[in-house]
Design a protein around this ligand. Structure first.
Ligand SMILES: O=C(CO)[C@H](O)[C@H](O)COP(=O)(O)O
Length: 227
């Protein structure tokens, strides 16, 4: 599995050119990409490339590996964003947010000229929600109310608990995460919009109609899916 992640991360480097502003995603697959990107920059095979991190994890990795970072408010445009995903459906709709970085990821990836997604074949599903819940970032005071309100969508929601800290996961933005399991997601774009209409919801992990290209690491090599 790690080798599949490495192979898509290596393939993603082919999309990066001099003078690009690159959105840096979060997670284990993107971590390889940031490592390899840093190597090319340090070896001066790429020049004037800057990364816009989607999380503290991406920022730390970029700094560690020699990728210069800038904030979203310091750039005019993002040429390309590179990130992993937890599920990809046949229309390239995604579920993201296992790493709790979904809000900044969506802010950056929505604005990128190209949004390139890196996954291994285990992430491909027929329908979103088949394997993983939909993460929803919420304002802490509203978590219980939102968890109840989500039941009207035929879903159950659980507050995500931390593993190396007592109590709930707190996102980079100081919020909580609800993991929502839906009976069936028929229209990802509609659900994405509906969830964001609930007061107290900051953002949700459905990324409908945003991905441009998905690189899939398989045992037979890297496959390219495009919308
Ligand atoms: O959405 C994410 C973080 O919020 C990640 O991109 C997603 O969870 C995939 O991670 P990995 O590459 O480790 O499987």
């Amino acid at each position: 599995m790690e080798e599949l992640k490495r192979s898509v991360a290596r393939e993603a480097l082919k999309f990066i050119e001099d003078d690009m502003i690159v959105g840096l995603g979060t997670g284990s697959t993107t971590a390889y990409f940031i490592e390899y990107l840093g190597k090319l920059i340090m070896e001066e095979e790429l020049e004037d490339v800057y990364g816009v991190p989607t999380s503290y994890q991406a920022r730390l990795l970029a700094l560690e590996n020699g990728v210069p970072v800038v904030g979203l408010d310091e750039v005019d445009a993002i040429d390309i964003a590179v990130d992993g995903a937890d599920e990809v459906d046949p229309y390239l709709n995604l579920i993201k947010g296992r790493g709790a970085a979904l809000t900044m990821e969506k802010i950056i990836e929505y604005r990128a000229g190209t949004f390139l997604v890196l996954v291994d074949e285990s992430k491909l599903v027929e329908r979103l929600g088949q394997k993983v819940p939909v993460p929803i970032e919420v304002i802490p005071a509203a978590w219980r109310a939102i968890a109840e309100e989500i039941e009207v969508f035929n879903a159950t929601a659980e507050l995500r608990m931390a593993s190396k800290k007592d109590g709930p996961v707190v996102t980079d933005n100081g919020n909580f995460i609800l993991d929502a399991r839906f009976h069936r997601i028929d229209d990802p774009l509609d659900l994405e919009i509906e969830l964001n209409n609930i007061p107290g919801v900051v953002e949700n992990g459905i990324f409908a109609d945003i991905a441009d290209i998905v690189l899939v690491g398989t045992r037979e090599g890297v496959k390219r899916l495009e919308r």
